[in-house]
Write a protein that binds this ligand. Structure first.
Ligand code: FAD
Ligand code: SF4
Length: 328
């Protein structure tokens, strides 16, 4: 790891000033230090925001929205009783991620901004990677693509966005509030992560000097009938091969409202409104769930070794809908 200067921010203004000078933000450090040790991130300065208490709170009691400071810890939020009862998809997306030790350290803001686990990206200099070095090529094209994206990939990059929380937030139309040198603004979480296109090194719509201060989730009856189902190589401490955040509101046997977002399959969190529309106004049964699952994976493009994840994705959506139906 290269030498760096450590700055402890005492307020947001401090953090913004350091960011403007090219520093990298440090929250839980569970991703940043990893990438620094791999020499993928090489900041000359890091600015520690852990003492900004205004970013550490969360409040799930509001009638209009749930509010999560960017520094709220994954484990604290996952265990919140109101979230567990009324928004199980959000709680499950957190406690099914990483390990208990990591969740104790890791923040929601840092979770949203984690980078891909593509092995050629993390493998470092022996491998060509457009994300690490623009226009240098992509080792995954001729490589092992079992874990690569089936949706949203480009000729330049097929790296999966690996986070679990973002899929659940996208399903509930959440927004992030950010501040930067140009002032404050809100960004729908669905618009926070970019598809790679020709510029896979530009991963989000955040400006380099912007800080996420909080995440807001509109209160909705969809929360009660929701789940986050994650399928992986082992049941703990692994990233998703396929995952689905789904939510249903039922009127008897008929679906009144539906949300479906995929994780682990695409280059960004992947909301699938076409699949939602197939369900709304229809009687919920096995055929309806299967049709929605197939619509959710519409356009999925297999490579050499990852084609099995299309049917896995369909079945993940079907199973998630079945769980949500029981809760709705
Ligand atoms: P940091 O490492 O501190 O920061 C991450 C990035 O976000 C940095 O670039 C930092 O500058 C930036 N940042 C942090 N806060 C802000 C902010 N407020 N505004 C702007 N930029 C900010 N995640 C999953 O979702 N599912 C998993 O299954 C999973 N498994 C994991 C397994 C392992 C072994 C490891 C190491 C990680 C795993 N993770 C998983 C990722 C883990 O959840 C993230 O490392 C963690 O959430 C990042 O949060 P942090 O606070 O530690 O972020
Ligand atoms: Fe890099 Fe993307 Fe290719 Fe992986 S898929 S090697 S991250 S360019």
């Amino acid at each position: 790891m290269q030498q760096f200067d450590y700055i402890r921010a005492v307020d947001l203004g401090d953090a913004l000033q350091a960011l403007g000078g090219g520093a990298k933000l440090l929250a839980g450090g569970t991703t940043l230090y990893d990438l620094m040790k791999l020499r993928i991130e090489r900041p000359e300065q890091i600015v520690d925001i852990n003492h900004l208490s205004e970013l550490s709170y969360f409040d799930t009691s509001g009638d209009r929205e749930l509010v999560f400071g960017a520094l709220a810890r994954m484990s604290d939020v996952a265990a919140d009783p109101r979230l567990v009862r009324d928004y199980p998809a959000i709680s499950e997306s957190l406690w099914r991620a990483a390990s208990q030790q990591l969740r104790n350290m890791a923040s929601l803001g840092g979770n949203l901004l984690q980078r891909t686990r593509c092995p050629y990206f993390r493998g470092g200099e022996p491998y060509a990677c457009n994300k690490r070095h623009p226009d240098s090529g992509c080792a995954a094209i001729e490589g092992l693509d079992r874990g690569q994206a089936l949706l949203g990939a480009s000729g330049a990059c097929s790296a999966v966005y690996p986070g679990d929380l973002a899929a659940a937030l996208v399903a509930f139309d959440a927004e992030v509030d950010v501040v930067g040198s140009q002032g404050a603004r809100s960004i729908p979480v669905e618009e926070l992560h970019r598809e790679p296109g020709d510029t896979p090194h530009i991963e989000t719509t955040l400006a380099p000097d912007e800080i996420i201060v909080r995440i807001r989730v509109p209160a909705t009856p969809l929360g009660r009938g929701s789940t986050y189902l994650k399928v992986r190589d082992r049941e703990s401490y692994a990233f998703a091969l396929a995952s689905a955040a789904v939510a249903l509101v039922m009127d008897g046997e008929v679906v009144r409202d539906a949300r479906i977002a995929l994780g682990g399959l695409a280059t960004r969190p992947w909301r699938v409104r076409a699949a939602e529309r197939l369900l709304i106004g229809r009687r919920f049964d096995e055929d309806a769930a299967r049709a929605a699952g197939e619509a959710a994976l519409e356009g999925a493009t297999p490579g050499r070794f990852n084609g099995f994840r299309i049917e896995l994705g369909v079945r993940t959506v079907v199973d998630a809908l079945t769980i949500a139906r029981q809760r709705a």
